[in-house]
Design a protein around this ligand. Structure first.
Ligand SMILES: Cc1cc2nc3c(=O)[nH]c(=O)nc-3n(C[C@H](O)[C@H](O)[C@H](O)COP(=O)(O)OP(=O)(O)OC[C@H]3O[C@@H](n4cnc5c(N)ncnc54)[C@H](O)[C@@H]3O)c2cc1C
Ligand SMILES: *[C@@H]1O[C@H](CO)[C@@H](O)[C@H](O)[C@H]1NC(C)=O
Ligand SMILES: *[C@@H]1O[C@H](CO)[C@@H](O)[C@H](O)[C@H]1NC(C)=O
Ligand SMILES: *[C@@H]1O[C@H](CO)[C@@H](O)[C@H](O)[C@H]1NC(C)=O
Ligand SMILES: *[C@@H]1O[C@H](CO)[C@@H](O)[C@H](O)[C@H]1NC(C)=O
Length: 357
């Protein structure tokens, strides 16, 4: 083809779970050596502006009826289950029994959609539900050791697929077009999208969560209660020597990284009420943490737009606003984001094939 490919052909801004999933799908398509990931924060870092290491994380049946969200969840569940089965210890993903409760009744449609793909799916009979709970189900979920999982993805991309990582903060999305050869930029900047020059999406807002990390090796079950105005959960963290994440909060529009002792007390009380495994075993508190879910009115934005840089027509693919579901929905979102760039990627792939001849 006209121009030869280079490591600057494809740029991904952001090294959270969203950017790393996009890089993984490109790598699986054989395009790893044309990818540069640019990010202010990389796996191993901690910052209130880097949400991914703070996640629980688990798969939960929290999505509503939005067709995108349901499809992303299903793709993500299947992908994470495959990782758990094939490279569980290495990727820090594990199949785990889970119970979920809702204070408001869940629609038959949603239960039907979930029953289609969740393993060991079982609706809990009304007579066996705890007080105040209207719907409940049991199934086999996947739990993810979030900070270790993103390190695994980063390592695999760098060592096995030739993806380059550059630590850099960009002031304007146009600076992501680092070379005249940059054909496409994936914007995976999470909550920063609200302020990044060139993006400034007013629909973005943070949803704060506080979690308590405890040592409780006796706790094996993932439990989630979706309350009317609260959320309580227990997530055993896979391959962590018995660490368990207790939560939580979903505070819309709250952006502080501070943690609060009254919230810790509330989390300890609510999780003990919810799980006999937590109640019956003394949990040693290791840390109290807060993170900001990169939320967006109307749901995540996965969309390609034309973009002019230095007089050239380029592509910009937005992929941000995953809110509370970046780990469970991120792979499906990345799949769609990559599909939006198909014409450019096909051109890069065929140039790569030519080069091999
Ligand atoms: C307490 C808590 C529990 C959660 N539990 C779960 C769960 O169980 N399951 C689940 O699916 N999800 C969960 N989430 C949500 C999940 O963590 C997020 O959806 C996900 O981390 C978002 O990933 P991201 O890649 O979009 O953003 P981030 O991880 O924040 O990454 C953003 C990246 O963009 C970079 N960046 C931003 N601006 C710039 C710039 N100008 N220049 C260069 N780089 C830039 C940053 O440095 C970073 O690398 C939870 C979140 C919290 C807070
Ligand atoms: C997080 O990002 C905001 C917006 O870019 C910035 O003002 C703030 O200083 C950052 N906080 C930290 C702790 O880096
Ligand atoms: C469980 O998963 C849901 C959806 O991904 C998420 O919103 C919630 O915060 C998770 N719970 C924990 C403890 O991480
Ligand atoms: C996240 O969004 C909030 C509200 O829009 C903002 O105050 C905060 O600075 C943002 N954080 C980052 C890192 O951009
Ligand atoms: C990239 O996405 C962020 C939201 O994550 C948005 O604020 C920003 O404007 C986007 N950048 C561009 C160039 O569109």
């Amino acid at each position: 083809m006209t121009s030869s490919n280079s490591r600057e052909s494809i740029v991904i801004v952001g090294a959270g779970i969203i950017g790393l999933n996009v890089a993984s799908i490109l790598a699986d398509q054989g395009l790893g050596q044309y990818v540069t990931v640019i990010a202010e924060h990389l796996s191993g870092d901690t910052s209130i502006n880097y949400t991914s290491p703070w996640a629980g994380a688990n798969f939960s049946a929290i999505s509503g009826h939005d067709a995108n969200a349901l499809r992303w969840d299903r793709t993500g569940y299947q992908h994470l289950t495959r990782l758990a089965k094939q490279v569980g210890a290495e990727s820090f993903v594990q199949q785990t029994p889970s119970t979920e409760y809702w204070d408001d009744k869940v629609s038959d449609d949603k239960m039907q959609s979930l029953s289609d793909y969740l393993h060991d799916f079982q609706i809990i009979p009304t007579g066996e539900l705890p007080e105040g709970v209207a719907s409940g189900l049991k199934y086999t979920t996947v739990t993810i050791n979030a900070p270790e999982h993103i390190k695994f993805l980063h390592r695999r991309l760098k060592d096995n697929h030739g993806v380059r990582f550059l630590r850099k903060k960009i002031a304007d999305i146009k600076d992501a077009y680092i070379s005249p050869k940059t054909e496409v930029v994936f914007n995976c900047t999470g909550n920063a999208s609200a302020h990044l020059v060139g993006v400034e999406d007013p629909k973005c807002y943070p949803t704060r969560g506080q979690i308590v990390l405890v040592k409780a090796p006796e706790v094996h079950e993932n439990v989630m209660r979706h309350g009317r105005d609260y959320v309580t959960y227990i997530i055993p963290r896979p391959y962590s020597n018995g660490n368990v994440v207790l939560g939580g909060y979903m505070q819309k529009g709250v952006g502080t990284s501070d943690t609060f002792s009254h919230e810790t007390e509330s989390i300890m009380k609510r999780t003990s009420e919810l799980s006999s495994e937590v109640r019956d075993n003394k949990a040693e508190v290791l840390a109290v943490l807060a993170g900001l879910r990169p939320s967006r009115e109307g749901g995540a934005r996965v969309e390609a737009v034309g973009y002019q840089v230095r007089g050239q027509d380029r592509l910009l693919v937005h992929n941000y606003g995953a809110g509370g579901t970046g780990f469970q929905a991120g792979y499906g979102m990345a799949f769609d984001a990559v599909a939006r760039a198909k014409s450019v990627l096909d051109r890069l792939s065929s140039a790569a094939d030519q080069a091999k001849l």
